[in-house]
Ligand binder design. Sequence first.
Ligand SMILES: Nc1ncnc2c1ncn2[C@@H]1O[C@H](COP(=O)(O)OP(=O)(O)OP(=O)(O)O)[C@@H](O)[C@H]1O
Ligand SMILES: [Mg+2]
Length: 205
Amino acid sequence: MSYISEIVTMQQAYAASEHEVKRRIDLNILMADAIQMQASALEKRDIHVIRKFGCQLPVLIIDKNRLMQVLVNLIKNGYEAIDQRNPPTVKRTMTLRTYGDERSIGLAITDSGIGIEDRNTDRLFDLGHSGKGSSGFGLYYCKMFVQANHGNMRIDSPGADRGATVTIEFDRQGAAAIDEYPSTVAAVVSANPPAHPHQGREIQP
Ligand SMILES: Nc1ncnc2c1ncn2[C@@H]1O[C@H](COP(=O)(O)OP(=O)(O)OP(=O)(O)O)[C@@H](O)[C@H]1O
Ligand SMILES: [Mg+2]
């Protein structure tokens, strides 16, 4: 399959439906697919992508299409923050991390972009707040989705021109979002490679 048609197929596979559909997912697979979805934007900018994926993550029960929209939004914010460095930074990296244990599961995306000067990062999540003349919808949408799934989300930065990290975490406590630990999804995928690369990636209940 060609590169373009693979992306189109993936976009179709992750097209959000009108209704929320919660499924059992492997966060590492979702993160890898999110990077793939943004591959051309990252390559064009010569951004070095570093994957630090945890092993034996618990299963996350969530709408995978909507979580994909969140990840794509965050990666986009990350490379836009790198675009905004002036003069352009020589260090062009994005690190995507997943982690989890029997109590929680989370992800963090760190970029080497313009960073955030303001210590009050809460307002960045306000609807319509944009520091780059865009619609200011991305982080608002992401936080709404994460909170609706009993998760926490925050953005931190050591300061101007020092990059930023977005973290999303779901706790087992009070959240129906986490199921068994460790996840058996990876084993299922590698044991039975699907005929189509983006099918069969969810574990059936
Ligand atoms: N990784 C980041 N590094 C530095 N600043 C960031 C980062 N992510 C978000 N911001 C700041 O937070 C603001 C709000 O982000 P948000 O994604 O909600 O809106 P936007 O990117 O401006 O617009 P949209 O996502 O609708 O295109 C951004 O405009 C930017 O100023
Ligand atoms: Mg955005």
